[in-house]
Ligand binder design. Sequence first.
Ligand code: PLP
Length: 376
Amino acid sequence: MARPWNFSAGPSALPEPVLRQAAEEMLDWHGSGMSVMEMSHRGKHFVQICDEAEQDLRDLMAIPDEYAVLFMQGGATAENAIVPMNLINHRGTGAADYVLTGQWSVKSQKEACKYGDVAVAATSGVETVLDGKQQQPWTWVPPVDSWKVRKNAAYVHFCSNETIGGVEFTDWPTPAQLGADDVPLVVDASSHFLSRPLDISGTGMVYAGAQKNAGPAGVTVVMVRRDLIGHALPICPAAFDYANVAPEHSRFNTPPTFAIYIAGLVFKWIKAQGGVPALERANIAKAELLYGYLDSTAFYRNPVHAPVRSRMNVPFILSDESLNDAFLKGADEAGLTQLKGHKSVGGMRASIYNAVPMEAVQALVSYLKDFEQRHG
Ligand SMILES: *Cc1c(COP(=O)(O)O)cnc(C)c1O
């Protein structure tokens, strides 16, 4: 059976060589006589797997030693609570600021309200005019100089790639740009982590659910500056307190061992591709091909302000929405799957993560052309 090209937003396509290697090692990992799923999380084999995954990620993202790298559970959604429980009181103020650019950052902010004094530093949830064009809510990003960060904020949170709206922060603000020098940035980078070089060193913390671009569901990668650890609220569950997880190298309690192992294979695959810069070059070429075609015709439309269009998640609408069902049916027949847009925005969405090759994007663009010829 042929595997279709998978444009799912998450869980999403994984590199085929990773899946093949996992299949080969399924019953016997490296002569251990066991599947990774059957190993003790404190035994030497899994300790090796977990430590190598951490080191490979450190190499790929040039993560400085001042940052702990943690493999946690609960997805980015649980992290929306775990972050304030760990960080909101690190300066004793119990306050945090949030930048809203779409559904994921709005969810983060709502969750944080349970744990302290939370304010909105900026929002793109309104219409605006940019480059002489009307922009709808959540199709643009508020410029850093418009963010109102309070002096007493423990951190300012933003989502660097809004997976649903397809809006990406191409440049992350530097601490100096924020005007409040000692307020660290906290970043939800779930859906573009490892797709482009990201500068961790200007942030307090970056987190990402693995299932978008880095591995299977079940593991959340957390990179957090060590000096911010150790101030968790008393209600923080022990398993989610970074001060417990960091010294145990993610093995405070049983971590998602198999998910960490697969993510580790993905990290090795990325290294073999030439690292993050090589993937970025491929991702730029894929995004240019797809956006270039969408912009060349009135039959399809992407609503996002061009400079902040996501390279990973490409939402688009058909000018005649009554063709949506026919479009999706034809796509499935052409071996292109999971193109339906998020239920809240409708239309279509193509997620073109690291593991989606240029060939898949070429097949999608041929289908877009062909469908337009038949129905335009
Ligand atoms: C998918 C996603 C989430 C939620 O991830 P879960 O693992 O389902 O909790 C949060 N933020 C962003 C940016 C996402 O893409």
